[in-house]
Design a protein around this ligand. Structure first.
Ligand SMILES: [Mg+2]
Length: 265
């Protein structure tokens, strides 16, 4: 699901985005492109900006952590505050109309922060080292996300997850989410992972056993459509660190969490 080319050079400032609300039609509005005759932003300076944005510091174990008083943390806090208000209101309305309200969370860099991996690998990607990292199941939380997940549940909202992590990474993902306090609906009926060997029938337009051609948007929107159309839920909100987590409909309100470290199209 991840691309080897991490086209991170978008400029850390682009992700700040105030209340960070994007309708589906504007879901790519925050991304700049390389279609310019200007010299692109210098990648050495960009990585310094990223450090400043996260307040990146090595802890006593040498693990790079984001700082709770960083601009990143402040952006997340604004998003969380808006999301709580929205969940509260939308859940109330949905339940009054006898609907089954639901929220969708991406996992990587939406609930579990990969900053240590990204910085250590100079914002590059390698499937073997990434797999080792995921399987350590020791990523810290994205600030506020476990609390937001528990808040949604407390309001009668069904929590679902949808990730490009694979079925082979399910055990590590569950263990890591438990460890950070996102211990809500971590069963296979709520956590949808990429199963390219045996894809679900509702993805048949782009995936058959052993032949997966789904784009991220096809996979993720197709999964949300299944949950709405086949399982009878109504999404009131969708949380992701990539626009491809949020495009394609069946979302409710979309929340783009900041992530200047890689791009998944
Ligand atoms: Mg993600």
């Amino acid at each position: 699901m991840r691309k080897s080319l991490r086209a991170a050079a978008v400029g850390a400032a682009c992700v700040v985005a105030g209340a960070a609300l994007y309708g589906a039609g504007a879901a790519t509005a925050g991304q700049s492109t390389a279609n310019s005759t200007h010299e692109p932003y210098n990648i050495g300076l960009l990585t310094k900006d990223i450090d400043t944005y996260y307040g990146t510091t090595a802890d006593s174990n040498g693990v790079y952590q984001a700082s709770p008083d960083s601009p990143y943390a402040k952006d997340l806090a604004r998003i969380d505050a808006d999301a709580r208000k929205h969940i509260d209101q939308a859940a109330h309305t949905a339940l009054k109309h006898h609907q089954k309200p639901a929220v969708m969370f991406d996992i990587d860099d939406t609930v579990l922060l990969s900053l240590d991996y990204e910085k250590r690998n100079n914002y590059g990607y390698n499937s073997a080292t990434w797999n080792d990292y995921v399987n350590r199941a020791d990523r810290p939380a994205v600030f506020g996300s476990p609390e937001l997940i528990r808040y949604a549940r407390s309001k009668g909202v069904e929590v679902f997850y949808n990730s490009g992590l694979t079925e082979a990474q399910r055990g590590a993902a569950v263990a890591n989410l438990k460890k950070v306090g996102a211990d809500v609906n971590l069963d296979a009926g709520h956590m949808f992972l990429k199963n390219s060997a045996n894809p679900p029938a509702y993805l048949k337009d782009c995936a058959t056993p052993g032949a997966w051609t789904c784009t991220t948007v096809q996979y993720k929107a197709g999964t949300r459509k299944h949950i709405e159309d086949d399982l009878g839920y109504t999404f009131i909100a969708d949380f992701g660190d990539q626009y491809s987590d949020l495009d394609g409909g069946y979302t409710g309100r979309t929340y783009k969490l900041p992530n200047p470290t890689y791009f998944v199209g």
